[in-house]
Design a protein around this ligand. Structure first.
Ligand SMILES: NC(=O)c1ccc[n+]([C@@H]2O[C@H](COP(=O)([O-])OP(=O)(O)OC[C@H]3O[C@@H](n4cnc5c(N)ncnc54)[C@H](OP(=O)(O)O)[C@@H]3O)[C@@H](O)[C@H]2O)c1
Length: 320
């Protein structure tokens, strides 16, 4: 792990490695609450110089809409540079669940309209759980829609973004994608995405690791009610995390700073996607990302043994 600058402004096209660590600002909750506060948050994200991760279905479309409204208030030169840092995803039809090529084209068209842009640097296929991999990859399937959007220049690159690593691996195996995003599976308490990420890197794909705090536990700590992977964390997991937090505090660093560093400086991760809900959270995140972790922390964390991760992707077999 090295201490390199996180303020990289590169966009996720196929660029030569090695790349510096990249922080990506996640917006899955943007626009779900107070509109003015959301707009203020969106402006702070757009002005950060960092990449922004959104999706067609985040906050029922309000994430993209808020980013689009905020973008429109920027001066033209600021707007084009900020627009070039917004990455989004295509989603299934929220009413019918349809997720084929036509739906992908419609989803992308709606996203571009909300954002007020003609193209995006990266467009992911998002959470394709309602279709089998075989159907998604068949002619007329969702992936053919994405490939067409890349051919037409609407997306400079395309990715697969989902949770279960074995499922994501099957999309990676198709050889059709430029990027991969997986979440909650490369963190302080779970590294099950490591083989997927290594394979994707060998193929020259750009690797995005999302949710380095597990959505909660590793940001706020192992208090009662803490959650990991959007579910209640078990007593065992909270107990293990309390031990890890004690190691961090003994060395004068916080649990979230260590959790973030694990992803931000991992050799197999190009970009780390963290949820940011306010300008204050953004400032705190930049502070965490700039923390240097004493070497002794890693050995003491190793000595705790494997964490009791709740992630079990074993049911994602061959025909998932
Ligand atoms: N399938 C997919 O494509 C997929 C799936 C999951 C995630 N993602 C992307 O990855 C992003 C990150 O995922 P995530 O937001 O679920 O997980 P995360 O980044 O691991 O955790 C974000 C959570 O940590 C909290 N937090 C952050 N900094 C904190 C601090 N300094 N003090 C206390 N709490 C803090 C936030 O609380 P507050 O809300 O209070 O700020 C938020 O609830 C998403 O926004 C999305 O863009 C993509």
């Amino acid at each position: 792990m090295t201490d390199r600058s996180i303020r990289d402004e590169g966009i996720p096209t196929m660029t030569p490695r090695p790349l510096p660590p990249v922080l990506v600002l996640g917006t899955s909750g943007l626009g779900s609450g107070d509109e003015d506060a959301a707009l203020e948050t969106a402006l702070s994200l757009l002005r950060s110089g960092l990449l922004i991760d959104t999706s067609h279905n985040y906050s029922g479309g309000a994430s993209e809409r808020t980013l689009g409204v905020a973008l429109a208030t920027l001066a033209p030169n600021e707007r084009s540079s900020a627009a070039a840092r917004i990455l989004t995803k295509v989603d299934r039809d929220p009413e019918t669940g349809r997720f084929d090529a036509d739906r992908v084209l419609r989803s992308a068209e709606e996203s571009l309209g909300r954002l007020g842009v003609d193209a995006v640097p990266l467009l992911h296929l998002h959470d394709p759980y309602v279709v089998t991999v075989r159907d998604a990859l068949a002619p007329g399937g969702a992936v053919s829609g994405l490939v067409r959007l890349r051919e037409e220049g609407v997306a400079a690159s395309i990715g697969i973004a989902a949770g279960p690593a074995p499922l994501v691996q099957r999309y990676v195996d198709s050889g059709l994608f430029d990027a991969v995003l997986c979440h909650n599976r490369y963190t302080l308490v779970d590294r099950s995405a490591a083989p997927l990420f290594e394979d994707a890197r060998r193929r020259g794909m750009r690797v995005f690791n999302a949710a380095p705090f597990g959505g909660d536990l590793l940001a706020r700590g192992p208090r009662p009610g803490a959650r990991y992977h959007y579910r209640s964390a078990s007593d065992e997991l909270r107990g293990w995390t309390a031990g890890a937090e004690a190691v961090c505090l003994r060395h004068g660093v916080s649990l979230p700073a260590v959790a973030l560093t694990i992803s931000l400086h991992a050799d197999v991760v190009d970009a780390t996607v963290v949820g940011v809900s306010s300008p204050a959270r953004l400032e705190a995140l930049l502070g965490l990302a700039d923390t240097t972790i004493p070497e002794a922390v890693w050995a003491e964390l190793d000595a705790l043994g494997p964490a009791p991760s709740p992630i079990d992707d074993s049911r994602y077999g061959d025909d998932a």
